[in-house]
Design a protein around this ligand. Sequence first.
Ligand SMILES: Nc1ncnc2c1ncn2[C@@H]1O[C@H](COP(=O)(O)OP(=O)(O)OP(=O)(O)O)[C@@H](O)[C@H]1O
Length: 299
Amino acid sequence: MIQLTGLTKRYGERLAVDDLTFTVRPGLVTGFLGPNGAGKTTTMRMILGLDLPTAGTATIDGRAHHELPHPLRTIGSMLEAQAVHPQRTAYKHLLYLAQTNRIPSTRVDEVLHLVGMSEAAGRKAGGFSLGMSQRLGIAAALLGDPPVLLLDEPVNGLDPEGVLWVRTLIRKLATEGRTVLVSSHLMSEMALTADRLVVIGKGRLIAEAEIAEFTEAGAVVLVRTPEATSFAARLELSGAHVKLGDEGELLVSGMTAPDVGRLAAAEGVPLHELAPRRASLEEAFMELTRDAVEYGAAR
Ligand SMILES: Nc1ncnc2c1ncn2[C@@H]1O[C@H](COP(=O)(O)OP(=O)(O)OP(=O)(O)O)[C@@H](O)[C@H]1O
């Protein structure tokens, strides 16, 4: 389990991470989502003890990273920027990590096999494709067979086969009971991978919920009626929130489709269309982070 309490990082005037409190539970994939610059990498670096928090704490199974007796056996990580010596082979890279962390060297072959790189073990990292570098990064994260994993944008730049492979592996790791925190700026990717989402923007927690809760929160009922203006006013009076769509349709939130239908019937309003519409996760995400996008397209 990972626990963040009031975690804060300030760079000069800039609050990169602003009072973050949340828990990442075992047995689940938790998606850590936010637009570029939201503070995901900085948060992960603080969990790993690579950056010191300005305030607050991050603990892994109850201890700060520097208090862990065998860090790699407790938490494995892959951060976006991989630092592998280009002249070093995949095998040597992992062997060095194993030896400096008191992990038996037999584990190197195991993780190479696990990430499908047994054949490439003797090749130099400098010649690896992005996909292979990612696999090597994941092999390093798994070296200590840790119960907790942090993966920063693990599918970035991968081809479809690589994406599917990472997704399947991540799910398997959670099924084994591990705590898995995966960052991404793509809601569509997280929708396919994560069980829970923690959404941040400008360093702040925006939302924390199961995937299903996100789409429900963004659900609307689409209504077409020739009496749009008066019915919209009537709906608002009943506590619903109504937006006018591009084609004159009403987009009603805060009320179920059956309730909208009942109200229309009671008022004698003719309906040409009445359709519940679940927001896609992408829409829900855009809505949630609308005010927190740092470098978004001009609106
Ligand atoms: N070493 C640093 N010095 C100054 N500012 C920094 C430093 N590291 C990060 N920042 C700033 O902190 C904010 C959060 O950056 P961070 O890299 O954590 O975001 P992110 O969510 O991981 O985004 P991305 O997906 O683009 O990497 C950004 O505004 C960034 O410019």
